[in-house]
Write a protein that binds this ligand. Structure first.
Ligand code: SF4
Ligand code: SF4
Ligand code: SF4
Length: 465
């Protein structure tokens, strides 16, 4: 299976199964399109290595002979044939066999919802303004410690374990965060584990003490803010409706400055109201942040700020604009990471992660203040998805196994999608919420994902020039 596209003056051909990316001239590009069309017309599917003949297939290329010199065409065909012989073009799909062998894995990551409460009331909050629709409550330290025991119990021989303190707003339960961290550290030696903590915060309650603790104990920090003041304050506001930008921006700057080389990222959401979100990325950069994530809002398409199919052309154009800005900055020696343009093309598809994606419900679970275990934070509030409890340390292996076996090959639309090894089948929670099934991709999210991938590949091509 191939994916060919032209962007920013580059002709790019991706061989999906091998992960090889080729930047080619127009003649080779046109030629590969004709070959691909001819294979498709002859009903080769993605599981079949498409057979290329060594001899120049004049009948297939007849349309090109009006535009290009025959000798040049034959030479170009020689290049194409070489890529094919090297296993970089028209390769077969060898990954489906791994998908059939997918088994349940140890749990290695947990999202600990220490607060089902929040001091903001963001319009787009997936957590129903912090309480997940189940009433405002904070986790006790006792439940938090039982969650650590749960992770120790189900992580088998995994050495590195991840825990994300999440909410709502986790700083509202900061004493619990501290106790849980202390408890986990006290168990590391006995169980031969290394806990890597992350905290995701809206920043309002940050103080110098909390910054010190976070920078000492947290392996990663996610700082929620949407970008420019007017953009942020339109969607992220206090209970009284006033915006939060002026309070949080200096705190985030302080935290990041004190953090040195430690991992962090500022994480924003863009909506229909700021389709010029590249400006928000640049705003972050100007404010001193170099690890930047801004994601499209995924919400009920009827809401006024929702991104819908009609917004796609504008959003695509903005991704392209941002990609060009990033190329220009890198060429001028400036650097920031935009997370959604990060792609690893060098290692080729690595089977399990690429087929299964985020690992929710299998390697990753979420725990609520009550101690219920869910496949991930975005399933919280849907009781039919409860898969265990930290109180009796129970785990529903049926649900876990079904997530373990959910791969791009069990999602019919993903199976034939060129982006499958990078997207890994999208977000299961969003699929369920907005397309009605974990196995049915949410179209708007798919189109955005594919555009980001194209931009990411093009950036690599441009920077390799
Ligand atoms: S800060 Fe997060 S949890 Fe709180 S209302 Fe905003 S999006 Fe929801
Ligand atoms: S979720 Fe969408 S973009 Fe991702 S692999 Fe499936 S069809 Fe492709
Ligand atoms: S299902 Fe979606 S929200 Fe949940 S962990 Fe996976 S990617 Fe994240």
């Amino acid at each position: 299976m191939l994916h060919s596209f032209q962007l920013n003056g580059y002709n790019i051909i991706m061989d999906v199964n091998s992960g090889a990316v080729h930047v080619v001239d127009e003649m080779v590009y046109d030629m590969v399109q004709l070959l691909d069309a001819s294979f498709l017309a002859n009903s080769f599917d993605s599981n079949t290595s498409e057979k290329l003949e060594k001899e120049y297939p004049a009948s297939v290329f007849a349309p090109l002979e009006a535009r290009y010199d025959r000798a040049a065409l034959e030479e170009a065909y020689g290049e194409i044939y070489e890529m094919y012989e090297n296993g970089q073009l028209f390769t077969s799909d060898d990954y489906e066999q791994f998908a059939d062998m997918m088994v349940s894995a140890p749990i290695k990551a947990m999202c600990l919802n220490v607060a089902h409460d929040c001091n903001l009331r963001c319009s787009y909050c997936f957590a129903a303004q912090g309480d997940f629709g189940g009433g405002r409550k904070l986790m006790t330290a006792e439940v938090g410690k039982k969650a650590i025991d749960y992770l120790l119990k189900y992580s088998a021989n995994r050495h590195n374990l991840e825990m994300d303190f999440f909410g709502g707003e986790p700083l509202m339960a900061f004493d619990v965060v501290k106790e849980v961290v202390e408890y986990a550290r006290s168990k590391e030696k006995e169980y031969n584990k290394n806990f890597r903590f992350t905290i995701t915060t809206n920043g309002l309650l940050l103080t110098d003490d909390k910054i010190d603790f976070i920078n000492k104990e947290m392996h990663n920090v996610v700082l929620s803010i949407d970008g420019r003041k007017e953009v942020n304050d339109r969607m992220r506001f206090h209970v009284d409706g006033s915006g939060c930008y002026d309070q949080i921006m200096p705190k985030f700057q302080k935290l990041v400055k004190a953090r040195g080389d430690g991992q962090y990222y500022v994480r924003g959401t863009f909506t229909k109201f700021n389709k010029d979100f590249a400006e928000d990325v640049l705003h972050f950069y100007e404010k001193g942040f170099d690890q930047i994530s801004i994601e499209p809002v995924v919400t009920d398409p009827k809401l006024p700020y929702a991104l819908t199919e009609e917004d796609l052309p504008e959003v695509f154009a903005e991704y392209e604009r941002l990609a060009k800005i990033i190329i220009e900055k890198r060429k001028n020696g400036e650097f920031f990471n935009f997370f959604h343009f990060m792609i690893d093309l060098d290692q080729g598809p690595c089977a399990i992660k690429r087929l299964r994606g985020c690992g929710c419900g299998n390697e990753y679970v979420s725990v609520t203040p009550e101690g219920d275990v869910y496949p991930c934070h975005q399933f919280v509030g849907k009781p039919e998805w409860i898969m265990g409890s930290v109180h009796d340390q129970s785990l529903n292996t049926e649900i876990k196994d079904s997530f373990a076996k959910t791969t791009v090959y069990t999602k019919p639309e993903c199976k034939n999608c060129w982006a499958k090894f990078y997207c890994s089948g999208g977000c299961n929670a969003n699929n369920l919420e907005y397309a009605g099934s974990i196995k049915k991709p949410y179209k708007v999210a798919c189109e955005l994902e594919k555009k980001r991938l194209e931009c990411a590949i093009m950036i690599k091509a441009a920077l390799a020039d």
